[in-house]
Design a protein around this ligand. Structure first.
Ligand code: CU
Length: 168
């Protein structure tokens, strides 16, 4: 019974991917990229200032990686930094929440996905400040800074979650 169900699921998945391939084949080369949200991913709620351009670029990075994002423009980010339980020197330009975790700054979407899979006992992840080359902080013609994604709990660093070397 379970196997039959699995077979049907697989057959349906196959049909959908065929349909998807046909759809992509029909698109013109200059058509805009269609981003599909992954319904299995939880909603990401972002708090940012209205004028923050790199915050918008990070929102787009998350959407491009399947996340549904609800972005709020706020005048004062401090209450959200407190809610995120960030420690001194851990802050960045925007604060997000997903599935009970805080995500501060330009954390790559794949690290957020790993966080949601591993579910460690932490407050969240942060990329302090705004390193060039992190998602949403790409600067054309400028090499990427080396940066780390830091995990923290109640204002204290708990470890390095991801380490990215400097790029070209
Ligand atoms: Cu930023």
């Amino acid at each position: 019974m379970k196997q039959t169900h699995l077979m049907i699921t697989l057959a349906l998945a196959g049909l959908f991917s065929l349909a998807g391939a046909a759809f992509i084949a029909n698109q013109k080369a200059d058509a805009p990229t269609v981003t599909t949200t992954d319904p299995s991913l939880p909603l990401v709620t972002v708090y940012k200032s209205a004028t923050c351009g790199c915050c918008k670029d990070w929102v787009k990075h998350m959407q491009d990686n399947g996340f549904r994002v609800e972005a709020h423009d706020v005048g004062n980010l401090l209450p959200y930094k407190e809610q995120a339980k960030l420690g001194a020197g851990m802050g960045s330009c925007h604060t997000a929440f997903v599935d009970g975790y805080a995500i501060e700054g330009h954390v790559p979407a794949w690290d957020v996905k790993r966080l949601l899979t591993e579910k460690p006992d932490i407050s969240g992840l942060t990329v302090p400040r705004m390193p060039a080359g992190s998602p949403g902080m790409e600067v054309p013609g400028q090499p990427a800074d080396a940066y780390q994604v830091i995990s923290y709990k109640d204002g204290e660093e708990t470890g390095v979650f991801s380490d990215y070397p400097a790029g070209k």
